[in-house]
Design a protein around this ligand. Structure first.
Ligand code: GDP
Length: 529
């Protein structure tokens, strides 16, 4: 019974946004509500600042922060909330994509002045593909920004969402008076000039009440009435089922910095956000309330101390209870492993725990056994789906710069790829190694880490590749497929899992090749069944 209760009270989610929209500030305010931290400034931003590209100390510092903020857990009204950190910097987008395989829902933060930005578009698309329930928080209402209806339109069009506002701003910027909470039918008003506190929450069950005119002035009251009427007319009714299926996205307005609209967001979140959801494996759908433990690795973090090669593997518990000092099957290695000091994460610390439940994240000390996507079970052969690779945007040959250290280089490359820092492709023609990344910054990170953690030196060499496509065919013996292998050999490589990949050098050549070999499928991610 206790087991089911523990599952039902967990909410595991991620906050996604374009850098600077206010993700860190919002996270911090949520933690303050949960009493998990005492003061603002306790949550460190995981941002890599512009211009820090070649500043390795900055990269190292970021890695430290990134461990510290990987999972932030706190309790609110009896609910255990796990926030999974998602790097905002685009060069680390893949890290974020992988983290999204471990969340049960997300909150999307949008800057009211900037509207929908590039990074938001990409991340929301991934969530939409996976039907992840999303709540939108429009932030910085204390500043001048876009008109609320225009912004809602933009969100629908650019992000392909079906929105339903559950709160609505009264004024904006200098005239920002507060928020009408459609969900709870009450008003939160900004106090005086300081704009730092919520004056009080006022129940307003009837917007036509003259009370409203007294509170915010006749003009603002009339505008609010008109706008809410419009909201009722344009947008669908909120429906929890549709939200949970990823078909409808509630929207809140507020100002994270001023702690405005955040409690409303949190209260609604704990009421509607999904508890741990069932997860598909290659073999079957696994329910959280199953007796037996299963979980998968979605993130690996190298130890900050270069003298210790230990790493921390982050496991999402999908079903059953994960217990300390218990043997579990590492499915890919077909090997039993036992963990004496699994870590659980809290707002400002990590602690060894005896037992973790579905929805929780456990950090396991690892000496190189784990790869992203690995599954742990009590003995069942099970492989969790949903940790795909996306085509990198940059490709470079990686060459050994110190012939005496080739063993170290290979080991380093191997381990960094397991961590998911970048993708490795091995050319079919000559066995040369190619590193694919989402952003140029990763090449510097890899070079730096190879040298400092593995004592190996590498140099890069440019390679003209436009995109990687994962190849699938129904018939490996067909004439067409064999001709493709022969003619295109120069452009073929194997990824780390041994899957065949076509490295097109231009959009044109990709298109021509696809047209010529009609029975071969060219996938843009490594997962396609
Ligand atoms: P992140 O990159 O998404 O994590 O963004 P941050 O939380 O670091 O916020 C970026 C900047 O916006 C910081 O200077 C914040 O102080 C500021 N900021 C965040 N929320 C608000 C808000 O509600 N109003 C205003 N005016 N500024 C905000």
């Amino acid at each position: 019974m206790n087991f089911i209760k523990e599952i039902n009270r967990r909410r595991t989610f991620g906050i996604i946004s374009h850098p600077d929209a206010g993700k860190t500030t919002l996270t911090e305010k949520l933690l303050l509500f949960g009493g998990a931290i005492q003061e603002a400034g306790a949550v460190k931003s995981n941002k890599i600042k512009k211009g820090a590209t070649s500043d390795f100390m900055e990269i190292e510092r970021q890695r430290g922060i990134s461990v510290a903020t990987s999972v932030l857990a706190f309790e609110y009204n009896g609910i255990k909330i796990n926030i999974l950190d998602t790097p905002g910097h685009k060069d680390f987008a893949e890290d974020t994509f992988r983290t999204l395989t471990a969340v049960d829902s997300v909150i999307v933060v949008i800057d009211v002045a900037k509207g929908v930005e590039e990074q938001t578009e990409k991340l929301v698309e991934v969530c939409r593909m996976r039907n992840i329930p999303m709540i939108v928080f429009i932030n910085k209402m204390d500043r001048e920004g876009k008109d609320a209806f225009d912004l809602l339109d933009e969100i629908e069009q650019k992000l392909g969402l079906r929105v339903v506002p559950l709160s609505f701003p009264i004024g904006m910027g200098y005239d920002f008076k507060g928020i009408y909470n459609i969900w709870e039918k009450n008003l939160d008003l900004f106090s005086g000039d300081s704009r730092k506190d919520i004056e009080e929450t006022i129940e307003i069950n009837d917007l036509t009440s003259p009370e409203l005119d007294k509170l915010i002035g006749e003009k603002a009251a009339q505008t609010l009435r008109d706008e809410i009427e419009l909201v009722d007319g344009i947008y669908p009714q909120f429906n929890k089922e549709e939200y949970l299926n990823g078909e409808l996205q509630p929207v809140f307005f507020g100002s994270a910095l001023n702690n405005f609209g955040v409690r409303e967001l949190l209260d609604c979140f704990v009421e509607i956000a999904p508890k741990p959801r069932p997860k598909n494996s290659e073999q079957r759908l696994v329910r959280p309330d199953e007796d037996k433990f299963t979980g998968f690795v979605f993130k690996i973090h190298a130890n900050m101390d270069p003298n210790h090669r230990n790493r921390l593997a982050f496991i999402k518990v999908v079903s059953g209870e994960f217990k300390r000092n218990t043997q579990y099957l590492h499915v890919r290695h077909n090997k039993k492993l036992k963990f004496s000091s699994p870590n659980a994460f809290f707002a400002e610390k990590k602690e060894i725990v005896d037992i973790s439940y579905p929805g929780d994240i456990v950090g396991l000390q690892d000496t190189g056994n784990f790869k992203i996507g690995d599954t742990l079970t009590e003995g069942e052969i099970l492989n969790y789906k949903g940790v795909p690779s996306f085509s990198p945007e940059h490709f470079r040959y990686i060459n050994n710069a110190d012939p005496l250290k080739s063993k170290q280089l290979n080991k380093g490359i191997d381990q960094l790829m397991d961590e998911g820092v970048a993708q490795l492709f091995t050319l079919e023609l000559n066995g040369r190694k190619v590193i694919g990344t989402v952003g140029a910054l990763q090449y510097e990170v890899i070079q730096y880490r190879l040298e400092h953690e593995y004592g190996a030196k590498c140099i890069y060499e440019n390679l003209n590749v436009y995109k990687a496509s994962w190849i699938e065919t129904d018939d490996k013996k067909s004439e067409e497929y064999n001709e493709f292998l022969r003619v295109k050999q120069r452009f073929l490589a194997k990824d780390k899992r041994g899957q065949l990949v076509f490295l097109a050098d231009s959009p044109f050549s990709l298109q021509m090749t696809q047209q010529k070999y009609k029975n071969i499928k060219f996938h843009s991610t490594s997962e396609f069944d």
